[in-house]
Write a protein that binds this ligand. Structure first.
Ligand code: RFL
Ligand code: PHB
Length: 389
């Protein structure tokens, strides 16, 4: 088989890139190691920047998000027993949308199917080759048979544990990493959200986040130990812990119910530089990871896909390499700002094992400053709604 761009990974980065390239008339094939059902069952992100929603509109899949997504003008920060609102719309003129990653993935998958584009799910041993030459190729095994795709470019959209970044020789890549000493335990439940806006809570027992998927489905997270297992967290323990980390009013009005999903995610900041290796590009979690406190991971996957699709369009339409030559620097400039913001939100809101009483007091002072200073509030809002791309 031959194609212009072989995309490895059918997460948001790969699917969005594939759809953008299709619209620009650039044929592409997606290779995914798991089945479509498996990909759709992963509960992850929920919050989209306006720029991400705009991209979904651009590729013609935004109608369901526009109809079912929940626009939010603000968030609440809870600390020292009270909640304080950050008016993001007022500070920046922009909003964010709650629309689950599973729905984004489904919309993009359906559009790809409807356009008759080739996606190979359940592909084993996917391996990029010769991307340092003008003839890159990707090999894989499907139903026990070996296959090869010849292409002009490879897009490594295969997430943090993917094969693309791992295929790069040691000295060609530099990585930066911080692993946080805690995780997030998340549950999904068919109960109405405790508040119509997201609540980010700093508490002496640890961080908590109240978010949602719809008016009748809630998503809640509590900071947990890195070595915790979901089995140690029966629903009653989760609800009890969440209530303790919220202000009295929220705790009293929280409606609990059986969890329909429960999982623990570690928190990490990670960046690989550069994001281009000859004729292979990295995009999304394959190149960078941020802790979810800033809600930036999926939104960075979207901006990478946008930058890369524009660069490839320039290459094919204008016979210019300028776009692909500047892709890495352009994407990384936005990535590092999101890495900084996500680290900052994480540092301000979580309980760190070594922070001591002085660290806890400094966090409260910072939160108090953020909610009372117009400049600080605007800075938080500007980053939260997403820097322009
Ligand atoms: P993905 O989604 O991991 O997709 C990569 C795909 O590549 C496949 N793959 C391979 N395919 C072929 N061969 C191989 N060798 C392969 N290896 C892997 C995988 O099966 C998979 O299908 O990466 P992508 O596309 O870059 O998308 C990134 C986002 O998924 C991620 O950044 C977000 O989920 C992060 N995130 C959030 N982001 C936001 O913007 N807003 C949020 O509100 C938000 N909340 C979250 C989050 C992530 C969380 N967890 C679980 C880490 C909340 C949580 C709890
Ligand atoms: C979510 O809805 O899952 C979500 C929202 C905001 C975050 C992280 C996760 O910061």
């Amino acid at each position: 088989m031959r194609t212009k761009v072989a995309i490895i990974g059918a997460g948001p980065a790969g699917l969005l890139l594939g759809q953008l390239l299709h619209i620009y008339g650039i044929d592409n094939v997606i290779l995914e190691r798991h089945t479509g059902e498996y990909v759709l069952a992963r509960i992850r992100a929920g919050l989209l920047e306006e720029g991400t929603v705009r991209l979904l509109d651009e590729v013609g899949v935004g109608h369901r998000a526009q109809a079912q997504g929940l626009w939010h003008d603000g968030i609440e920060l809870a600390f020292a027993g009270y909640r304080h609102r950050i008016d993001m719309k007022g500070a920046t003129g922009k909003r964010v949308m709650i629309y689950g990653q599973t729905e984004v993935t489904l919309d993009l998958m359906n559009a790809r199917k409807a356009a008759g584009l080739t996606s190979i799910y359940d592909a084993a041993d996917v391996t990029p080759h010769d991307f340092d030459t003008d003839h890159p190729r990707v090999t894989y095994v499907k139903d026990g048979t070996a296959h090869e795709i010849q292409c002009d470019f490879i897009a490594g959209c295969d997430g943090f544990h993917g094969v693309s970044r791992a295929s790069v020789k040691g000295d060609a890549i530099e990585t930066f990493e911080r692993i946080y000493p805690f995780g997030w335990l998340g549950i999904l439940s068919d109960t109405p959200p405790v508040s119509h806006e997201l609540i980010y809570s700093n508490h002496a027992r640890g961080f908590a986040l109240c978010t949602m998927r719809s008016r009748s489905r809630s998503r809640y997270y509590v900071q947990c130990r890195l070595d915790d297992e979901v089995e140690q967290w029966p629903d009653e323990r989760f609800w009890d812990e969440l209530k303790r980390r919220l202000d009295q009013k929220a705790a009293d009005s929280l409606i609990t119910g059986p969890s329909i999903e429960k999982s623990i995610a570690p928190l990490r900041s990670f960046v690989a530089e550069p994001m281009r290796f000859g004729r292979m590009f990295l995009a999304g979690d394959a190149a960078h990871i941020v802790p979810p406190t800033g809600a930036k991971g999926l939104n960075l996957a979207a901006s990478d896909a946008h930058y890369l699709a524009c660069a490839l369009r320039e290459y094919y339409d204008e016979k210019s390499s300028a776009g692909i030559d500047s892709y890495s620097a352009k994407a990384l400039a936005r990535v590092w700002k999101a890495v900084r913001f996500s680290w900052w939100m994480t540092s301000m809101l979580h309980k760190f094992p070594d922070q001591g009483t002085i660290g806890a007091r400094i966090q409260l002072a910072e939160l108090d400053y953020v909610v009372h200073s117009k400049a600080a509030m605007t800075s938080l809002a500007e980053n939260y709604v997403g820097l322009p791309f």
